[in-house]
Write a protein that binds this ligand. Structure first.
Ligand code: ZN
Length: 268
């Protein structure tokens, strides 16, 4: 999870268990605006077999379904699903297997699914290093059902939902920036900053396909985020849902750690 950073260092920031594994979340985000009900990323889903899951040691009792219900949402009313990228732990929950029909189908039947065109094309011709992360059953049913929409570039899905594209982790990873009001902005950091421990610029994830590009993207975006007081929302950090940023002598670092609820109720 931390590339070339020695374990003696990262172990203090994000402890591993006795098998050298880090426990990570797959935290999705729901956004309601302009009459739209949007889900950002969809987790691993429920259709993978035991052999596949045997590599990943799933734990905890959370599921996308339970979280949606807890938020008072039903999957039938979701209008848009933004997939930051097509690695299985981000998009698996976008497609279900219908046992009765013996076929795959979109998990949010009324939604359109947004993915960047660059990521789509990258996934259609995967390099050997990323190939195992792109599962065709997570991806092709979206095209087959005609519910896929492409994000071409930096754009706004709604006035409140900005999308930026990044290339260090994988080509065209779409990072949603949710503008809640003039002094509250939430960045869904996905695999740009998987955890709070990835905020120091050289702590680049070993999964990144272009680590030097990641470092440049991190440095530039952290400057902007600090300047404009963005709050980060973490998909993979088990302990921390959100954090603000501060400038220190060593560079930009996490400042205040908080839950999403605390962020939404904070004064600025
Ligand atoms: Zn990824």
């Amino acid at each position: 999870m931390f590339g070339v950073v020695p374990k003696t260092l990262w172990q203090k920031a994000y402890p591993a268990d006795e098998n050298n594994m880090c426990n990570l979340s797959m935290r999705c985000l729901a956004v309601e605006a302009e009459g739209r009900k949007i889900i950002i990323d969809a987790g691993l889903g429920t259709k993978q077999d035991e052999k596949f899951l045997g590599f990943y040691y799933l734990n905890g009792s959370d599921s996308l379904e339970r979280s949606l219900n807890a938020a008072g949402l039903d999957r039938n009313e979701i209008t848009d699903v933004i997939l930051t990228h097509l690695h299985f732990d981000h998009c698996g929950g976008a497609v279900d297997y219908d046992g009765a029909a013996g076929a795959y189908k979109p998990a949010f039947p009324r939604a359109v699914y947004w993915v960047s065109r660059d990521q789509w094309e990258w996934a259609m011709h995967p390099n050997p290093r990323e190939k195992a992360s792109y599962l065709k059953e997570n991806i092709m049913p979206l095209m087959d059902h005609g519910c896929l929409r492409f994000i071409e570039d930096h754009s706004f899905l709604l006035p409140q939902v900005e999308i930026r594209l990044f290339y260090g982790h994988t080509a065209g990873m779409a990072i949603p920036i949710v503008h809640i009001n003039s002094d509250k902005t939430l960045v869904y950091t996905a695999d740009l900053f998987p955890t709070t421990a990835h905020i120091p610029v050289s702590w680049v994830c070993g999964y990144d396909t272009q680590p030097l590009v990641s470092m440049k993207e991190h440095a530039d975006f952290l400057e902007e985020a600090c300047e404009k007081k963005y709050t980060f929302f973490f998909e993979h950090d088990l302990q921390t849902e959100c954090c603000t940023l501060k400038k220190t002598d060593k560079g930009i670092r996490p400042d205040k750690l908080m839950t999403l609820r605390e962020f939404l109720h904070s004064s600025s």
